[in-house]
Write a protein that binds this ligand. Structure first.
Ligand SMILES: [Zn+2]
Ligand SMILES: [Zn+2]
Length: 339
């Protein structure tokens, strides 16, 4: 089968001819219909410090996908050939303390699709049946392939408790843009998006942001103060991972407000602790999705929301280079690949 893999310890990815995997006990073989490129895949492409410490080539990458069940392995119940599925990317063990206390997304023995095992940028993928999610047959493949990052945004916005609030989202990547749409549907009073790319800010507006600010041309904290009559935002979701953005989040939130820490930073971010203390704020770290609570919530939201404006590029798998390039240049929002 065709697959996109990290074949050696250097920058880039390679289109390879790989052996079609076979489903073992408890596993399912899926024919991939669509797979979207994630920020994580960009890190793996660039072969940065994190990827070098985590990935052992050769590895087929890609973890956001949908497809149809081709074959089920021994002992699999509840799935049959033809089922239209996506997958939770965190393969949890089911035995550790976190799994056994209802927090499988924090599993101590997690294995991640496309990182710790072969991924979805391929014609076929094998995953354990326990992480599969049955899709609504009416959901277009390009949208079904986005449910994993969309679920990240759902989990973050739910924890932020945005109903009736003035909400600021910092970070115009796909998850920040999805968060705009979700905050709107979940009853935020105002949704403002801060970012650095005009294309992505425009997509944020189409998905529900009331106003956007480009932080490269205007001080976002000043803009937020102006929007809120000097008070500051009730809730700030920091989804960029930049040290400057983290500082902006602490300055933009009103006293007694809530800050969601979601964006990952390459380096440790020192922060103004006294500001946080004196403002009496809450800071919540958010990771992954609740398995499978968030998937149920996400599929209900997808019935109300149209994520189409977030898919800026659709390409055959062979043309992956063009998609990665557009993402590195921040010209694309979501790139969907078709194997
Ligand atoms: Zn992802
Ligand atoms: Zn576990």
């Amino acid at each position: 089968m065709k697959a996109l893999a990290k074949t050696s310890s250097r920058e880039g990815l390679e289109l390879v001819e790989a052996e079609t995997p076979r489903p073992g006990p408890g596993e399912v073989l899926i024919k991939v219909a669509a797979a979207s490129i994630c920020g994580t895949d960009l890190h793996i492409y660039s072969w940065d410090e994190w990827s070098r410490s985590r990935i052992s080539p050769p590895r087929i990458i890609g973890h956001e996908f949908c497809g149809h069940v081709e074959e089920v392995g021994p002992g699999v119940e509840g799935f049959a050939p033809g089922d239209y599925v996506s997958a939770e990317t965190h393969i949890y063990c089911g035995r550790c303390y976190m799994c056994r206390t209802g927090r499988a997304h924090l599993c101590e023995n997690v294995s991640i699709i496309g990182i710790d095992r072969d991924g979805a940028f391929a014609e076929y993928i094998v995953v354990p049946a326990k992480v599969l999610w049955k899709n609504d047959p009416a959901l277009p493949a390009k949208i079904a392939s986005l449910q994993e990052p969309f679920g990240n945004a759902v989990h973050a916005v739910k924890r932020a408790e945005v109903g009736g609030k003035r909400v600021v989202i910092i970070g115009d990547g796909p998850i920040g843009i999805f968060a705009c749409a979700i905050a709107r549907v979940l009853g935020a009073r105002d949704v403002w998006l801060v970012g650095l790319s005009e294309t992505r800010l425009a997509a944020g507006r189409r998905l529900g942001a009331d106003a956007v600010v480009n932080a490269s041309s205007r001080d976002p904290v000043a803009a937020i103060r102006e929007w809120t009559g000097g008070k500051g935002a009730d809730v700030v979701l920091e989804m960029s991972g930049s040290p400057a953005a983290w500082d902006n989040a602490l300055r933009a939130v009103r006293p007694g407000g809530r800050v969601i820490a979601f964006g990952l930073s390459r380096d440790k971010i020192p922060w103004d602790l006294n500001r946080g203390v004196f403002k009496d704020i809450e800071v919540l770290g958010i990771v992954g999705r609740l398995i499978f609570e968030t998937w149920y919530e996400a599929s209900e939201l997808l019935a109300e929301l149209d994520l189409t404006p977030a898919v800026t590029d659709e390409l055959p798998l062979e043309e992956f280079e063009a998609g990665f390039e557009r993402l590195f240049r921040r010209e694309a929002v979501k790139v969907v690949l078709y194997p």
